[in-house]
Design a protein around this ligand. Structure first.
Ligand code: ADP
Ligand code: MG
Length: 716
């Protein structure tokens, strides 16, 4: 069995060589499951390259290219019993046939007969059928029975069929059964011949124990039946088995990744200092929410164990993640170690610095800021404090993970707004200590399925409760017709001393256009619409210092209305801002809109979000956006977003680590994912070296199934 395992190297090397050998006729090479699909009869280079684009290169890949739907032609009827509207199959002989011409339209008509009676069938524009369905030919014909008003008789129109040959033990492929539908009709025949020849060569990658536990059919049965199912129930069972397999293999990767992360040696064990924690709580102007207390408890468990913490904290905008992080960091300090928190932008780092200094400074922790734009002397001073260990808590941007930054004794690394950082930066920050605890925080509510896949190597905590006293942001969807009214409303808020965000979507075609559109809008608003107010503009082409300066002026209240084309910079706390206007809301994802909305309503002030839809927006888009007006629950919104746009879109290009599943569907197969995850983690725990026979089969399958997906390459 082990010889069958195709290493990636072997696979790649084998293909070109096989070809020369064949074309030169030197060696009689055997075609195997791992040969390119062009070794199948009827596959030319053009078709092969088309397939390659869909990730189908080998015959094995082709087998995993499962049907997207089925048509049930399994009901067989006598011709005599046919009724208009039936979708059935008849087994009949061609009694007579002809090609009828009307203008340029050529129609092949055949009279079909069985023991019980006869019926006409008509195929448009397929005159060549006269060479296939000749008089006397026996065929299986499947289609819908219709009434032709001109001919005044019942007929099949464009039915599918399959010629029966006396000599062959006929197994139906295209008609008279449950017929699989692929992206192209031709694929059906190819898959059939691949199955006929190679099905018995398939080796089940799923460990037997797992298969038994979940009562899953074996690979040969499942593979045969997903393509040519005896019933739709069996097709569904086969699909489940293959989806499970895909999840299982992926979760093995996740489990290995996690193992690797934990392999950095035993973690520093931090004793939870209850007295210090009480001091922190006593200094807060509020009581923790139940969710915050629960998550801190989870973190406490991680920190005081020998294994490094590896936890994702999800919490909607405003759910109070900062205090949770501060509580954890304070514990590291109470144990004599350092803690660090990394934010994606300078502004956010600064904001954290102010907040965390405010929380932990009074308790005696020394909080130090490190960011890119610092003057050399300032930075050197900060770096010295960090290296000597005098800095207890370090707040910074990705400057934290740069080479020159050395920590005295880092025991806890916190990454804020994880979705803006990649796996690499996360790892880089951990490198700064010896197996420090890691807490990553994100305000993007991630549906459970995605959390288990993308962040599958992390434990997940959720802040599912907002601090009390928040009034939901009043959200309205408006179009051009209401623009004037919207502006009037903004004027009123500004006159009342409040501040306003106006966000424009990125125009993808060109940055230049984006800039000019935003600038134009800004100028118009400034001169024509709000001449009395003070306006500011932030766009993607400004340098970070320029953005910071504008943001600072907004924070201090010097700017009343901020026009922004970039979403990132809006991620700051301006409690006095009460209105968020989003132009062309239809161009944003729901999760992103929700994020933006979270920028207001951060104080007791009544706040508003106005979603402006462009004139060109479809009804569908409006309906989608309406979800925002209907709910303020980030998870509900995320689930809806995922359902509407699919996982790839949902996460956007910045997300790494999400494979393209070919069978499994992250939207429907949650239960399978959870089961596969449990089984995969158990499997890896039992054989962490992946050295047993079953593990080798699993590794081989991982390489085949996920080979082009960059996430997986570093699994080792
Ligand atoms: P986010 O999760 O978006 O990072 P923050 O940590 O910035 O949220 O918290 C948002 C606001 O809520 C802050 O002003 C913070 O002081 C406040 N806050 C946090 N926890 C509570 C609480 N339990 N009760 C009241 N206010 C809280
Ligand atoms: Mg935050």
């Amino acid at each position: 069995m082990a010889e069958r395992r195709p290493g990636r190297g072997a696979r790649q090397a084998a293909r070109p060589r096989l070809m020369t050998a064949c074309t030169e006729g030197l060696i009689a090479t055997e075609t195997t499951l791992l040969s390119g699909i062009r070794y199948l009869k009827g596959v030319g280079p053009r078709f092969a390259s088309l397939f390659a684009k869909a990730g189908v290169e080998t015959i094995d890949d082709l087998l995993y290219y499962v049907p997207r739907a089925y048509t049930d032609w399994s009901r067989i009827s006598r011709i005599d019993d046919l009724r208009i509207g039936d979708r059935v199959t008849v087994v009949a002989t061609v009694l007579s046939c002809d090609v009828a011409r009307r203008g340029r339209l050529r129609t092949f008509v055949a009279a079909l007969e069985d023991d019980s009676g006869a019926i006409f069938a008509r195929w448009f524009n397929q005159p060549w059928l006269q060479n296939v369905l000749k008089t006397g030919t026996k065929a299986v014909v499947s289609g819908e029975v219709r009434f032709d008003r001109f001919a005044r008789r019942t007929e099949f129109i464009n039915p599918v069929f399959e010629v029966l040959r006396e000599t062959e033990a006929a197994e139906l492929v295209h008609a008279g059964r449950i017929v699989p539908e692929y992206s192209r009709r031709r694929i059906r025949g190819l898959v059939k011949s691949a199955l006929d020849r190679f099905l018995d060569d398939l080796v089940d990658p799923l460990p037997e124990a797992v298969r038994k536990k979940r009562s899953l059919p074996g690979i040969r049965e499942a593979m045969g039946e997903i393509h040519f199912p005896p019933s739709l129930e069996r097709a569904a069972a086969a699909r489940e088995r293959l989806a499970y397999e895909e999840f299982f293999l992926f979760q093995v990767i996740v489990a290995l990744r996690r193992l690797k992360a934990a392999a950095g040696g035993p973690a520093i064990r931090l004793d939870w200092n209850g007295r210090e924690h009480e001091r922190l709580l006593a200094s807060l102007p509020f009581a923790l929410t139940a969710a915050q207390a629960r998550v801190i408890e989870e973190i406490r468990g991680d920190m005081s164990s020998d294994r490094a913490m590896h936890r994702l904290l999800q919490g909607d905008v405003g759910s109070g993640k900062t205090v949770v992080a501060a509580a954890a960091m304070h514990q590291a300090v109470a144990n004599g170690y350092q803690a660090a928190i990394m934010a994606p932008t300078e502004i956010l780092a600064e904001q954290h610095h102010v907040n965390i200094e405010g929380l932990l400074g009074p308790l005696g922790d020394r909080v130090v800021l490190l960011r890119g734009g610092m003057k050399a002397a300032e930075r050197d001073a900060a770096l010295a404090l960090i290296e000597s260990g005098e800095a207890d808590v370090v707040v910074g941007t990705h400057a934290l993970v740069q080479e020159g930054t050395r920590f005295g004794n880092l025991a806890l690394a916190v990454v804020d707004e994880q979705h803006r950082f990649g796996v690499v930066q996360r790892a880089a920050l951990r490198e700064k200590g010896t197996a420090p605890d890691l807490l990553v925080m994100t305000a993007t509510p991630i549906p459970r399925t995605l959390a288990l896949t993308v962040y599958g190597d992390l434990d997940v905590s959720v802040l599912d409760e907002l601090p009390p006293g928040r009034t939901p942001v009043v959200t309205a969807v408006r179009d051009e017709a209401a623009r004037k009214k919207v502006y009037e409303f903004l004027k009123g808020e500004i006159a009342g001393g409040r501040q306003v965000f106006v966000v424009y979507p990125l125009v993808e075609e060109s940055e230049k256009m984006e800039l000019s559109a935003a600038t134009e809008m800004y100028e118009r608003l400034r001169k024509k619409v709000f001449p009395e107010a003070s306006l500011g503009l932030i766009h993607g082409r400004m340098r970070p210092e320029e953005k910071d300066a504008v943001m600072e002026r907004f924070k201090t209240g010097e700017i009343d209305l901020l026009v922004s084309t970039t979403v990132v910079e809006v991620g700051v706390d301006v409690p006095n801002a009460t209105v968020m206007v989003i132009e062309h809301a239809e161009r944003f994802g729901l999760a992103q809109l929700h994020q933006l909305r979270g920028r207001v309503g951060r104080s007791g002030l009544k706040s508003y979000c106005v979603l402006m839809v462009g004139t060109g927006a479809s009804d569908e888009a409006r309906e989608r956006i309406q979800v925002l007006a209907d709910t303020s629950d980030g998870f509900v919104i995320a689930e809806r977003d995922l359902a509407i746009r699919g996982p790839g879109e949902f996460l956007g290009v910045r997300q790494h680590g999400l494979p393209r599943f070919s069978v499994a569907d992250l939207r429907r197969d949650v239960r399978l994912l959870v089961e596969a995850r449990e089984d995969a983690f158990g499997f890896v725990e039992a054989d962490p070296e992946m050295s047993g026979d079953e593990a080798r089969l699993v590794s081989g399958a991982i390489e085949r199934r996920f080979r082009d997906r960059e996430t997986l390459i570093d699994v080792g």
